[in-house]
Design a protein around this ligand. Structure first.
Ligand code: AMP
Length: 281
């Protein structure tokens, strides 16, 4: 495993590698690595000769100072973990904010269209402009052939596909399955901020998504929404921010069962914000 902190050194190394016709895969992360991240790296390794993993907590995608401050940062153990799991053909890029942004830590504005206006776009003002800004910068530095993103952040995956379309960068964007804890809770760096008890109780999020899926064939979407809102109202820990049934391609609200749909949840366990989603049909 090689570690780069400077973009010029990374670029030089990668251009030499590309001259030998190696395919480059890219897995952008914010670190505090868990098995969800590792599953992406593993998948990228199966599809590419060389995999670049970036570790960078991107300030411009946080709409809340406190959330940014609390975000877990474990760079040394992340590097050790990658070294032990992927000794060969993996490169870690862990730049500073100055290396990425220079003096001007701010977002560009993107026109992602309606897909950015629902759910995370609605509840986290400016979030997707921050995501678009960092991913575009990283794509331009790494110039990968393929980039791997988790379906855990399903809306983000659609935004990145839109970003590639808008910027015309020749990159294939590949979605990877959600990796879960034994309890069913979707793995997330934020899970490290939960007490053991809260972590187990947060599996309720996935349980309700499974319940929505089981009822999708027989109940109306309105009934499903009502059941889930009521279940959260009764829950001692979790506060629901949104439950949405949305078109899996456009994220438009439910209209008819001929299309493909997913159910999406954002909820707070104390002050920790958790998201998850499931395919309904
Ligand atoms: P993050 O470090 O949270 O920004 O995530 C980096 C990448 O890992 C994103 O593409 C996420 O969607 C993906 N990811 C995070 N958690 C999971 C998970 N539980 N399963 C699959 N992918 C994940």
């Amino acid at each position: 495993m090689l570690l780069f902190k400077e973009k010029s050194a990374l670029r030089n190394y990668l251009s030499a590698q590309k001259e030998t016709n190696k395919t480059i895969g890219f897995v952008p992360t914010m670190g505090a690595l868990h098995e969800g991240h590792l599953s992406l790296i593993e998948f990228a390794q199966s599809a590419c000769d060389l995999v670049v993993v970036s570790i960078f907590v991107n300030p411009t995608q946080f709409n809340n100072e406190d959330d940014l401050e609390k975000y877990p940062r474990t760079l040394d153990s992340d590097i050790q973990l990658i070294k032990s799991k992927f000794p060969k053909n993996v490169i870690v890029f862990a730049p500073s904010a100055h290396e990425v942004y220079g003096e001007n830590i701010s977002s560009s504005q993107f026109n992602f269209g309606p897909v950015a206006s629902f759910m995370e776009g609605k509840y986290r003002n400016g979030h997707f402009d921050g995501v678009g800004t960092i991913v575009k910068k990283l794509f331009e530095m790494v110039k990968p052939h393929k980039a791997f993103f988790g379906e855990k952040d399903f809306q983000q995956l659609l935004i990145i596909k839109k970003l590639v379309e808008l910027t015309k960068l020749p990159i294939e964007v590949i979605g990877c399955k959600i990796n879960r804890e034994k309890s069913g809770l979707a793995r997330s760096s934020r899970n490290a901020l939960l007490s053991n008890k809260d972590r187990l109780e947060s599996a309720f999020i996935y349980q309700t998504l499974q319940q929505a899926k089981a009822n999708f064939g027989t109940k109306s979407v309105k009934e499903i929404e009502r059941d889930i809102k009521t279940a959260f109202e009764r829950h001692p820990l979790l506060k629901l921010e949104y439950f949405e049934v949305a078109n899996a391609h456009t994220l438009e609200p439910f209209s008819n069962k001929k299309e493909q749909y997913r159910a999406f949840i954002a909820a707070y366990a104390n002050n920790v914000r958790l998201i998850d989603n499931i395919a309904l049909n």
